[in-house]
Design a protein around this ligand. Sequence first.
Ligand SMILES: Nc1nc2c(ncn2[C@@H]2O[C@H](COP(=O)(O)OP(=O)(O)OP(=O)(O)O)[C@@H](O)[C@H]2O)c(=O)[nH]1
Length: 205
Amino acid sequence: MSDIKLALLGSEGAGKTAVLVRFLTKRFIGEYASSANSLYHKRMSIDGRQLNLEIFDPCSQSGGSTCIQEEPVNWADGFVVVYNISDRTSFLHAKSVLQQIKEAREESSKGLVDVPVFLVGNKQDLCNARQVCEEEGRSLAQEECCHFQEVSAAEDYLEISNLFTKLIRHVMDNLKHCAGRRRYSGSKSMAKLINNVFGKRRKSV
Ligand SMILES: Nc1nc2c(ncn2[C@@H]2O[C@H](COP(=O)(O)OP(=O)(O)OP(=O)(O)O)[C@@H](O)[C@H]2O)c(=O)[nH]1
């Protein structure tokens, strides 16, 4: 069984938890308590391979900081960076996050530099209040060499499921390609790492 570690990043209220919960449960739940980092676990099968998925959903940092937490960046095998299409500030934040992921991974001698990333423009159902056009998202993704998709956690399941599947496939290919290199967390239990670093709760869905 392969272990795949993903992290969701993005600004407060962009819909990270909504997107993730849609993927994990097929449901949209309007409001979430978001005072703590969460680690979700899911077993699934892709292309006949059994996977043990761990997905880290950090709570947003108070004070509007644009700096991402370093530890999930080194820990994760792949990222979902979420912004809200009706909030330009969240798009600028996502842009900064993409750059920080790249820089952090380049600086880390232990991490995989070419880490798969999916840029997600969420809240597509709020297109009446759109502040970021789809083309801007697409060209940012092109610049940063990552995948791109607009979704609505409120309305879509299939698109969200497909984007996670695509990301996981890319992660699996990447890990196979880099099999000779040591992964950041090695044999460490991720739960232990997250709990040690952030002292937060774990969730199973
Ligand atoms: N209309 C609409 N609202 C959404 C969508 N996704 C999330 N929301 C709402 O946006 C708000 C924030 O969603 P969360 O999933 O908590 O956002 P988050 O990025 O996890 O926020 P933090 O945990 O604070 O970082 C909630 O009120 C959600 O109901 C969507 O696709 N459409």
